[in-house]
Design a protein around this ligand. Sequence first.
Ligand SMILES: NC(=O)c1ccc[n+]([C@@H]2O[C@H](COP(=O)([O-])OP(=O)(O)OC[C@H]3O[C@@H](n4cnc5c(N)ncnc54)[C@H](OP(=O)(O)O)[C@@H]3O)[C@@H](O)[C@H]2O)c1
Length: 323
Amino acid sequence: MMRAFLGSSTDVFTLIGVACAAYLSFKFLRGYLNGIKTYFLARSLGLSTNIKRMGSWAVVTGATDGIGKAYAEQIAEQGINVVLISRSLDKLQNVAKEIESKSKVKVKTVAVDFSQGIEIYARVRTELDGLDIGVLVNNVGMGYPCPGRILDFDHIEKMSMDLINVNITSMTMMTNLVLPGMVNRKKGVIINLSSMSAMKPTPMLSIYSAAKAYADFYSACVHEEYKSKGVIVQSVLPGFVATNMSGIKKTSLQVPSPTTFVRSALATVGVQNRTNGYWVHDLLGKLIYEVMPTWLFNSMVMSTMAKHRAKFLRKQQQQSKTD
Ligand SMILES: NC(=O)c1ccc[n+]([C@@H]2O[C@H](COP(=O)([O-])OP(=O)(O)OC[C@H]3O[C@@H](n4cnc5c(N)ncnc54)[C@H](OP(=O)(O)O)[C@@H]3O)[C@@H](O)[C@H]2O)c1
């Protein structure tokens, strides 16, 4: 009797095992084929959104360095005029000259410090007034000086507000400014820079990770609210890119240059509304953030970040001795 019962249940378990294996293989294959379509074929198959059709101007925040500069350059290459918004006037003027000489488009610059809170947006509104803005890249971002627990930082109040203003308030307020025009014209693309650190809560970077999760959720909500009005809102969640913020100078397959990253990410507009932007980051995202158990992720992050912090503090100490 027992044998008969076990016999039939073994068949059921085999069936469940086969069904699970088939489901996982299907999921893997679908992800793999989607990746090939998104990162290698989208542009040539004409699947990517033609951003030039959205309007004659694009606005890029944090446009004088790294990823933002690459977005501004590559958008201008497509014949779209650009408004560059960043802190330093001299950097803005240099990047504007570079873009104007290469791409023969109009470039407007606005120098503002996004850490200053909502007072700055009246001026930004005036500067953007009357422009046919088809693309907004909410790129400006601020990271931690080094990883750490909240109470490890002197001046944590100022640091928290700066992180919130630069990473969250800027995205929200810039969208408020630009969205009405896009909705009126029934077209537009808003690209919001989140981060892989938003894919799982990342300890030792808590405010940054949470701010980037805001960017990711906000993008998904606004996309859903306005897709029927012709507005695409994309959340981009990069891994490491070789920029000032990451502090990584040497590029590699895993750490692309801003130009390589943005070339790949721009082709995903209209194909993926939530994207890692670059195929290696997509693979890493799936492995680290979807497959790895949270307890293992947390313990690895805590120990790696503690090492980074100790290294940073050692360097700082050595520097203060030599000064
Ligand atoms: N690099 C990475 O590995 C990585 C990974 C994931 C996500 N991201 C995200 O990608 C975005 C771009 O990062 P990035 O690495 O390209 O940064 P970056 O190289 O440090 O460039 C930052 C840009 O923002 C401007 N900026 C900084 N603080 C500002 C402020 N308070 N007000 C106005 N402008 C300000 C800077 O210009 P000024 O100095 O002239 O102000 C510069 O143009 C960020 O949102 C970041 O969180 C980056």
